[in-house]
Ligand binder design. Structure first.
Ligand SMILES: *Cc1c(COP(=O)(O)O)cnc(C)c1O
Length: 219
């Protein structure tokens, strides 16, 4: 199957309540346009420079989501156009996003990334770090950042029970955090290999790359 068939099939399968982010990292403008021409508008990238180049050359009604780990010195390049930053995991990064958003006279929606996987390598806040962040004076002072949800990645494993447990944990953190931040709406969890489980556990935003565009050689 080609890209347009893949994306149509996945969108048919998803309910209206689940937003699809088509993860186009490493893929060409031609591949992205094939998905775009089915009517899809939300694309995810994990490198700021690559996303910025694609934003410059592709149709301006695409909503670009930054799904990767963000370095503070790169925020300024995407601040004018990024629709949603998924991987925010520090107050210092939030302060920088706030500053750059202010320069662009806009509010940038962000998700806080929560560490739910067993692997040491995955980024994200643990529960204690999340609690500390939510009560920090610098957090309360943010003006041009809107925290609209949480994001997480499960352990890369065939063990479905483990993946399910991690997604359940993130959903519980989401529900608890929403009591403090009523504006939380988005729960970004699930990729090609595990999005069905993620949706069963309460995800309303899935980030799907290889099941749409085919496998990647890198990243
Ligand atoms: C690459 C990536 C995805 C998509 O992965 P697939 O397995 O190709 O669907 C989702 N989320 C993040 C954060 C990624 O880096």
């Amino acid at each position: 199957m080609g890209i347009s068939e893949n994306i149509r099939a996945i969108k048919t399968e998803l309910s209206d309540k689940v937003t699809l982010v088509a993860v186009s990292k490493t893929k060409s403008n031609e591949d992205i346009l094939e998905a775009y021409n089915t009517g899809h508008r939300i694309f995810g990238e994990n490198k700021v420079q690559e996303m910025t180049q694609k934003w410059e050359t592709l149709p301006k009604d695409i909503q670009w989501h930054m799904i990767g780990h963000v370095q503070r010195n790169k925020v300024k390049y995407m601040a004018p156009f990024v629709s949603l930053i998924h991987g925010v995991d520090s107050l210092r990064l939030l302060v920088e996003i706030d500053k750059q958003a202010q320069k662009c006279d806009r509010t940038i929606p962000c998700l806080l990334q929560i560490h739910i996987a067993e692997e040491e390598t995955k980024f994200g806040l643990d529960s204690q770090e999340l609690e500390a962040l939510l009560v920090a004076p610098e957090f309360k002072a943010l003006k041009n950042v809107a925290i609209t949800g949480l994001m997480g990645m499960a352990t890369f494993t065939d063990n479905e029970a483990q993946v399910r447990k991690e997604f359940k944990n993130l959903k519980a953190i989401f529900d608890a955090t929403k009591k403090q931040l009523p504006a939380l709406e988005v729960l970004s969890m699930g990729m090609s290999g595990d999005y069905q489980i993620a949706i069963e556990e309460g995800s309303n935003m899935v980030r799907i790359g290889s099941s749409i565009f085919g496998s990647r050689n890198y990243n």
